[in-house]
Design a protein around this ligand. Sequence first.
Ligand SMILES: NC(=O)CC[C@H](N)C(=O)O
Length: 261
Amino acid sequence: MNKVKAIVLRAAGINCDQETVEALELAGAQAARLHINSIIKDPSALDDAQILVFPGGFSYGDDVAAGKILANQVMHHLGDAVRGFIDAGKLVIGICNGFQVLVKTGILPGFSESDGSSSVTITYNDSAKFEDRWVYLEPAADNCVFITPGRRLYLPIAHGEGKVVTKTPESLDKLLEEGHAAFRYVDSAGGQGGFPVNPNGSMESIAALTDTTGRVLGLMPHPERFIRRTQHPFWTRMPENMEADGMTIFNNAVEYVSTNF
Ligand SMILES: NC(=O)CC[C@H](N)C(=O)O
């Protein structure tokens, strides 16, 4: 196929779009930043792309709740377009604020209550602080195209509202049974634990969610902030030919599109 094409969504307050473009291009994709208003004006702008990214940042100043306003905009103006994108077998990834948007639209985890509301949301960290540091992640899903099975990742987080919660214990059971947990926060040896291993108090240490197709991923950590060895805190001790952990996500996405389109 021709070059894999990605669209990185822009909106007021988003601030990780440029780094995300860089990561996608390093993975071999052609990536364009596109403002939400221009996609709303002409949703066919999505037709040519196979990867849609909701990047990190502080969309609309985190007003109301992080990601909420952008989520409403997406739901009301682009709901069908994004649904069509996913139904066409394409990939969607939401990073940090983008993850908050995907959950608050209901695109993730992808099931809703009979009244149309979602059983899952993302709220304030238990620490009541903005957590800005590196964490370990263990893959929890086996059907998610972005994940390299068995590979533990070390990635930065930077968020004030990263706690994944469900409305009821039953909705948590359903979430886990249906395989929506994509990554869990762990320590360097792979064990789960409370704070600070789990930086926000997420239920079941959930750091990322996927839908039933495995082609939609939302994660709190920032893979686009670890795309070169020298971004690792101990990079001088790392092998020169290492694949930066964040690149696994983008490489897997580009490889999936290359082999399936
Ligand atoms: N880095 C981010 O995308 C931050 C997300 C959001 N603004 C929060 O603080 O929770």
